[in-house]
Design a protein around this ligand. Sequence first.
Ligand SMILES: [Ca+2]
Ligand SMILES: [Ca+2]
Ligand SMILES: [Ca+2]
Ligand SMILES: [Ca+2]
Length: 274
Amino acid sequence: MLIDVFLDLIFDQLVKHSKGFFFLAVEMFGLLFFVLMAHTAYGDVSYSFPEETKRGSVIGNIAKDVGLDVNRLSSGNARIDTEGNRKRYCAINLNTGELIVAERIDREGLCGKKASCVIKQELVLENPLELHRFILNIEDINDNSPTFKQTLINFEIRESADKASRYLLDEAHDADIGMNAVQSYKLDSNAHFLLNVVTRENGRKYGELVLDKELDREKQKEVTLILTAVDGGTPPTSGTVAIHITVLDANDNAPVFSQAVYKVSLPESVLAIA
Ligand SMILES: [Ca+2]
Ligand SMILES: [Ca+2]
Ligand SMILES: [Ca+2]
Ligand SMILES: [Ca+2]
């Protein structure tokens, strides 16, 4: 963008001026010097505001922040450019110098899981050319709930499974970052399982079911649990998944008779027939 402006100006100068080469060269040098200086001034001013801020909301007053007279905005055809693309994130009110949101920004769409979401902007004025570079820092809000890939997780666990056996559970996903992402998991209270929450090196968390009391298929063939993932936003939001466990049989019962002794009385005539 800066180079485009620079080339435009060179062209303008060539067309408008019929001065000698020497004077033109001096002017070009001055312009180049200015452009380089503009680069070094990058990032002096930055504005932080939450994603999803409504269109038309005021971000700050850039005329004040860079020390510009507001009259210069109109006379210099002030405009805001985005470095690297033509998308407009903010606009300037030429009467007040206020920066306003040009369109609602979705931090997740723009920056994904990046820890910081920064948009480089330029305030451009003409006659004479003047550039002020500034940064928009888009803050995350908690506008996504944790979700699981599936609505139901199925397990088949043999009733002979030992106490403390572990079963890995799916990780919940939350498009937000930091505290607004998944912070904890909860398991509804039940007779057989506890939940162990594991934190990976990258900070992401997942749960494991831990068998706390042995299963008995002859008493209960199925167990249904609800796992809840919760983020750390204000207020927090959550997502759930059902866990269905089929208890498989183990050969843990020897055949038994209902009585220890069976007594039968028969008349002797029956024995005679046999
Ligand atoms: Ca969003
Ligand atoms: Ca968000
Ligand atoms: Ca969230
Ligand atoms: Ca059994």
